[in-house]
Design a protein around this ligand. Structure first.
Ligand SMILES: [Zn+2]
Length: 325
């Protein structure tokens, strides 16, 4: 089934080289007060970055910013139109720290969160909803559900946010992108979603490569049939690229080349068009040559950056629940 981009559905074969986790735009808000490097709100510069990505063979990106915390849905649509890069946008929710304490999202119950996510996937995304409840929407639809777990949310016994995301994925068939801060949280969340009937191929566990010590846990997570996303490439405060490439080589050796997705999870300070020194071309220009130099063949490389994202972001409905949007 198709992949839902901001310009409408496309076939899997049309997606091409894809970064599974990026931030193309991010408006000012509580998150940028915590870290100003997160603000990415210059339309021209973001388009420039997408154009240089396209020049090196990039075809598609997934923007992982959800509703209500700096997502710029209308800018994503305009950028996709202007640059020709496929963009998949996200509904869902982020870490608590990314919202003011009186944010409208906090007053929603499981059902209203579920309805909100479905609305954004089936009918169109809301705009101008960072500081006020969602009233205004555009035609462009979300193609993924972002969810974020951290220590705070592990302690939140209601788990209403995750229940709502699980049900929205089950009925719409779009994948869930899971921000995690440890492999243990990744395992917890994968099992949580699987228990609620989410299709394994609709679960993407992000940031597992922030530390490279839990490789056996990566193997266990991938064994559940979910995707493991390596998006800490070129983030040297965590580790160097050689360690990252070795981790990937190990996972491939264990037979998980179909389970791996890649991205840069970029911030303003790493985007070249904003004056940074990594840029969206980094995986093609630096990381793929490094993987090759360490003996990783082209076939699994292509799988991880072309075929796996096409499969991961396609709409997948479980056997007994067939509803189409
Ligand atoms: Zn991110």
């Amino acid at each position: 089934m198709a992949i839902q981009t901001v310009l409408g559905p496309i076939e899997k074969r049309e997606l091409g080289f894809c970064h599974a986790h990026e931030h193309i735009f991010l408006a000012e808000g509580p998150h940028t007060k915590v870290n100003p490097a997160l603000r990415i709100d210059d339309f021209h510069k973001s388009c420039q970055e997408l154009v240089s990505f396209k020049r090196v063979g990039g075809k598609a990106v997934v923007d992982a910013q959800p509703i209500g915390c700096g997502r710029m849905a209308d800018a994503l649509v305009a950028a996709a139109l202007q640059t020709g890069v496929h963009i998949v946008a996200s509904t869902g929710f982020h870490k608590f720290i990314n919202y003011e304490t009186d944010h409208w999202l906090f007053s929603m119950d499981t059902t209203s969160l579920f309805e909100l996510f479905c609305q954004e996937i089936r009918h169109g995304m809301f705009i101008n909803a960072d500081t006020q409840p969602p009233l205004e929407s555009i035609d462009a639809k979300a193609g993924a559900i972002k969810t974020a777990i951290d220590e705070d949310r592990m302690e939140d016994s209601s788990k209403k946010w995750f229940e709502a995301a699980a049900e929205a994925s089950v009925v719409t068939g779009v994948p869930i992108i899971c921000h995690t801060e440890s492999a243990e949280q990744g395992m917890y969340l994968a099992e949580f979603y699987l228990k609620r009937g989410v299709v394994p191929g609709n679960i993407i566990i992000c940031h597992l490569d922030r530390t490279l010590v839990d490789v056996n846990l990566h193997r266990e997570i991938a064994s559940l049939g979910v995707y493991v996303e390596y998006d800490t490439i070129g983030r040297f405060k965590y580790h160097d690229d050689v360690g990252e490439a070795r981790l990937i080589a190990q996972m491939i050796e264990w037979g998980f080349e179909r389970s791996i997705l890649m991205g840069l999870d970029t911030t303003r300070e790493r985007l070249k068009s904003y004056g940074g020194n990594i840029g969206l071309g980094y995986i093609v220009q630096k990381f793929i040559p490094l993987m090759r130099s360490l003996g990783i063949p082209d076939k699994p490389i292509r799988r991880m950056v072309v075929e796996n994202p096409a499969e991961a972001f396609s709409v997948k409905l479980g056997a007994e629940r067939v509803e189409v949007f």
